[in-house]
Design a protein around this ligand. Sequence first.
Ligand SMILES: *Cc1c(COP(=O)(O)O)cnc(C)c1O
Length: 365
Amino acid sequence: MSFPPLREELRGLQPYGAPQLDVPVQLNVNENPYGPSAACVADIATAVAEASTTLNRYPDREFTELRTALAAYLSRDTPHGVVPEQVWAANGSNEVMLQLLQAFGGPGRTALSFAPTYSMYPEYARDSMTRWVQGRRAEDFSLDLDAARALIEAERPSVVLLPSPNNPTGTALPPEAVGVLCEAVGADGVLVVDEAYGEFRRSGTPSAVELLPEHRNLVVARTMSKAFAAAGLRLGYLAADPAICDAIRVVRLPYHLSAVTQAVALAALRHAPELLGRVDELRAERDDLVAWLREQGLRVADSDANFALFGTFPDRHAVWQGLLDRGVLIREVGPDGWLRVSVGTPAEMATFKQALTDVMEEGPA
Ligand SMILES: *Cc1c(COP(=O)(O)O)cnc(C)c1O
């Protein structure tokens, strides 16, 4: 046995995460490029100061005020409304989804998704000792619903993880998919629709939150990290049947949401109109980006998110490196030959376009 006594199946593995490099244009982790206003910063600072006066005490373990505010925020997406008992939150939606696997996965159980998709999903399964099964998406990265249903019926997963829009492809689920797949999963499992990029969806496209009253086994995961412009806050949440939220309470760590996190999240939610205020601009910028990449003769996946997956390159690493040498950091992720770029400010997109043009003309710097 070698030191440290790491679990056999974890030996030699690298921790998940994109390189964090200090370069001028960072378009690699799908953040909102616009920071908070001075007024918002001041409100957050006041909220933190107030929370600090009772830091000798543990925070509200049930984060009741925050659940209420998140329920109100989610209620905008559904005529049925969302109540606080239907809401759960943790330090990023990654933690929320890991908790789901801890509660509903485990030895002898199966979790399932469809590749290419978010590469953290198999890690939740690994860490909770859940069997991992991965179906495939179609050539255009859409989900073949008949094949998906058949795979679910064959494998009987207790958790299905399905992002909409998908990362890293940007592909949204068709509206009928959630109902079909909830039926296929049945009472022995939950379908997690990961709407990390949900706010970027095309207008007229409903959120899966609307379907909660119809499907007890539906979980909709959301985050404040992307459209909400608060990646540094670490706050993710879900909406689901109250029985699901209750079950997660068994596996969560005590006081997992700090008093500071709760105070900052509440202050940020009060500033939701401002923080989400650039989403329409970012959507328009995304559509321009996709069109421009296609004009360069590249393949680009249709995107409903704040990023675009483009390619294909015989040596994608060389293109990634060439951009980095020109001060632009994007993400080397997805199927072979493809690269993913996040939507930034107009100035950042101009720098990216110039850098990519140079790389494609000259090769690596
Ligand atoms: C970014 C992202 C998340 C959210 O991560 P946080 O932990 O909330 O920051 C969840 N799912 C997908 C697919 C993502 O890309």
